[in-house]
Write a protein that binds this ligand. Structure first.
Ligand SMILES: C[S@@+](CC[C@H](N)C(=O)[O-])C[C@H]1O[C@@H](n2cnc3c(N)ncnc32)[C@H](O)[C@@H]1O
Length: 259
């Protein structure tokens, strides 16, 4: 099997390909065009922010990530209005200036951190006023398979086991709303926009689910012959791909402001 970083890199690219139009549309409807400096927290390989930079040449974008390997990959694409930096959001030693951004994007980021509240506390203290926030993440309330299939339940358990391994709550995306309310962020808006077989081409969605299983399985340290992984992949490749199942892989999109 290929190297895990290369695998995750390809998977992030596929995620962007299937969801960019909808996620971009959400950002536009929630004020992206009014911003001049946008920070992308946990930018990964930078594919999403790079598309944004291409579509919005008048906005300056900065992507940050704690993984140096991703920052190196992101630097392969150069755009005048995009830079990326190797920064850990939780590093006390960092002198990174958060106060220069009037827009902050966190796309598939909170699922990977064990303390979402700390992040919103930090922005509450350090952000420019006014500034806009967009959070795009998993939403377990709309994670379903019709008709029921045991292998799908195993898929959900695999994702939850991974979250638990890295001490992250698997409902990270859903839990953002009460945090924002408690911290008095304003103009909070929530939209549920699941990846689903009704909206995404079946082939793309099947590939996405298969790669999702392979990613989490690798990250859990399982080998290629792990029977459960093989069983879930068979379900995706054969049963789901044949069109017999409707899967909704929940995504929540939230926007908020600090005035
Ligand atoms: C799934 S990727 C998100 C990729 C990207 N935002 C996108 O939309 O394609 C999550 C990223 O968050 C990064 N990350 C996790 N904790 C972080 C932290 N404390 N500071 C900065 N980046 C972090 C990880 O290294 C990973 O690249």
């Amino acid at each position: 099997m290929q190297n895990i970083d290369q695998f995750v890199d390809d998977h992030l690219d596929l995620q962007v390909r299937i969801s960019y139009p909808q996620h971009h549309d959400f950002l536009i409807r929630h004020g992206l065009g009014l911003c001049s400096h946008v920070l992308d927290v946990g930018t990964g390989n930078g594919t999403f922010v790079s598309r944004l930079a291409q579509d919005h040449p008048h906005i300056q974008f900065v992507g940050i990530d704690k993984r140096k390997q991703y920052i190196e990959i992101s630097k392969k694409v150069t755009r005048e209005n995009l830079s990326t930096e190797h920064i850990d959001m939780f590093s006390r030693a960092s002198t990174f200036d958060f106060s220069r951004f009037d827009g902050v994007l966190m796309r598939y980021f909170l699922l990977h951190v064990d303390n979402a509240r700390k992040i919103f506390d930090l922005f509450k203290i350090k952000s420019l006023r006014p500034s806009k926030f967009w959070i795009i993440d998993l939403d377990w309330s709309v994670f379903t398979c019709e008709p029921h299939h045991d292998s799908f339940i195993k898929l959900t358990k695999l994702v939850k086991a991974f979250c638990s391994k890295i001490s992250v709550h698997s409902s990270a995306g859903q839990n953002v709303l009460p945090i924002l309310q408690e911290l008095n962020y304003q103009n909070i808006y929530v939209e549920h926009l699941p990846f689903s077989s009704q909206k995404i081409a079946l082939e793309d969605f099947a590939l996405y689910l298969k790669q999702e299983v392979q990613c989490y399985s690798m990250m859990m340290g399982k080998d290629v012959n792990d029977p459960e992984t093989i069983e879930i992949i068979r379900f995706v490749d054969e049963d789901f791909r044949s069109g017999g199942y409707h899967i909704s892989y929940g995504m929540v999109l939230i926007s908020a402001e600090l005035e």
